[in-house]
Design a binder for this molecule. Structure first.
Ligand code: AMP
Length: 474
């Protein structure tokens, strides 16, 4: 099986590091922030570290500056508590600094935003310009992702005199037009809104030097190809192009061929690999019983932060109501919700006010929320790639996570497709309360090698007990 980036990351680092800092590197990335050290560095105003401080900040600074990043940027990275570059950062940062085009095959959770943002910030701040001409454009498929990218630029660029703005639909145009008029160096945008702004002559692309297409596959899935082509026509041809996509279907290939110039290819998570940090489980269950099964599972305390996927917005709303009616704090996020409602739901989920976020695929794509303990596919996704994306929401950045998939009769074809593409058999949970009405596969239960038990609790149907259940490998 293909090693995912974190496994490689850990094994490489383990080789390189001394016993003293090995523990620090094998910590989950979710606990990577080191506020005390970060504060020390960011207030010191210098890369010098006092003799009384630990070696961590120095190690970190050296590793990032070895990639060619300057002090003002490595300090911002340290303040974020990053201890060493992730593999995609190691591979892309020097090439972007050298002005090369990049084709990055990577999902969110690999550190890809910093992989392009850090060298871009450096290139832009190194150039001498008057004022704040728009020099970098990042296109992203969703508002949430666009906002996150913008926030990353602000955080990583905190010591630099560059301005970043974000524009997306669903909110008023006027404030966005005003902020563009005031001058921004870096613009993060969703394609539709950018076209609206172009129609109003609110953006000037003449000085664009760097273009990023983030989550290109998703942008094309969402039907943005014509918008993107119209935007591309307005760009100066002499520019650096960075294209990131978790999957490389043929439509993306077309875009790659038309815009990238002799790109450096960087791949950190192959399309068909599902992260090994995710404990995957399959539940055969009838459609009618899915709601009861999810209550059983969520009843268990271990589901501290659960992201639940449905295929339709309508089903997301229904499930949100069902969970709340049964005493489980849940919020839904999908394209029909207002921007404010989506932000509120995300914030409540992030800070633990709601335990369950029910999401459609598009709304969830790119959401960067640490420590999601469980992903539940309440409905199987239509495409294998979507399955990989969904389960990648947990098990992020060195944390382990659980991904549960509920599969009814009609979804068996989808399951087979997922298993064919990912080349894995998802371990089947053979003991739960609703198995009796479930589809009959040709499965044969054997003990699961990882020896973990599912978090599912006692069934509402009452025909199983809490103890002794476990996923079995088919
Ligand atoms: P991304 O793949 O860009 O969505 O990043 C995923 C998460 O990894 C974000 O929370 C980043 O803050 C974090 N991250 C990025 N680079 C590093 C690094 N070198 N060390 C630790 N965490 C990182």
């Amino acid at each position: 099986m293909v090693l995912n980036f974190l496994d490689k990351f850990r094994s490489n680092k383990a080789k390189e590091t001394s016993d003293q800092n090995r523990d620090q590197i094998s910590e989950p990335i979710t606990t990577r922030k080191a506020p005390a050290q970060a504060a020390h560095l960011s207030t010191s105003g210098s890369s010098e570290v006092s003799p009384t401080s630990t070696q961590k900040p120095l190690v970190s600074a050296a590793q990032f500056s070895a990639l060619g990043l300057k002090d003002l940027i490595t300090r911002a990275v340290q303040a974020e508590g990053y201890e060493s570059p992730t593999p995609i950062q190691e591979k892309t940062i020097p090439s972007i600094l050298a002005g090369r085009d990049i084709l990055g095959c990577a999902q969110t959770g690999t550190g890809k935003t910093a992989a392009f943002a850090l060298p871009m910030l450096q290139r832009l701040s190194d150039a001498e310009v008057n004022g704040h001409p728009l020099r970098a454009l990042i296109l992203a498929p969703t508002r949430e992702l666009a906002l996150q990218i913008k926030e990353s630029f602000v955080v990583y660029g905190r010591n630099l005199p560059l301005r970043t703005a974000v524009v997306f639909g669903g909110v008023g145009l006027e404030p966005q037009i005003r902020s563009l008029k005031a001058g921004v160096d870096i613009l993060v945008a969703t394609p539709g809104r950018l076209l609206d702004l172009m129609g109003r002559r609110a953006v000037d692309f003449r000085n664009i030097q760097i273009l990023v297409l983030d989550e290109a596959d998703r942008m094309l899935d969402m039907g943005f190809i014509h918008d993107i082509n119209r935007i591309l026509k307005m760009m100066p041809s002499d520019r650096q192009n960075l294209l990131f996509s978790a999957t490389m279907p043929s439509e993306v290939q077309g875009l790659i061929n038309s815009i990238l110039n002799d790109p450096i290819r960087v791949e950190v998570t192959p399309v068909s690999s599902t992260t090994e940090l995710v404990d995957q489980r399959l539940y055969y269950v009838s459609r009618a019983d899915k709601k009861n099964l999810i209550l059983d599972i969520i009843d268990d305390d271990k589901v501290q932060k659960g992201l639940v996927f449905t295929r339709t917005k309508h089903n997301a709303n229904k499930l949100e109501n069902w969970l709340n009616d049964h005493g489980i704090k849940a919020a839904a996020i999908h394209g029909n919700k207002s921007q404010n409602a989506r932000q509120r739901a995300l914030e409540d989920f992030r800070n633990g006010k709601v335990r369950i976020l029910v999401a459609s695929d598009l709304a969830a794509r790119g959401i960067d929320i640490d420590s999601i303990t469980h992903v539940i596919n309440f409905e199987m996704p239509n495409e294998a790639e979507t399955y990989v994306h969904r389960i990648g929401r947990t098990g992020r950045a060195m944390a382990t996570g659980v991904a549960m998939s509920f599969c009814d009769h009609e979804e068996m074809g989808l399951l087979h497709q997922i298993e064919r593409v990912t080349k894995i058999k998802i371990p089947l949970v053979t003991e739960h309360a609703y198995l009796k009405d479930a589809p009959t596969g040709n499965e044969k239960a054997v003990p699961m090698s990882r020896g973990r038990r599912p978090s599912g609790g006692g069934g509402r149907g009452g025909n199983s007990s809490r103890g002794g259940r476990g996923p079995s490998r088919r």
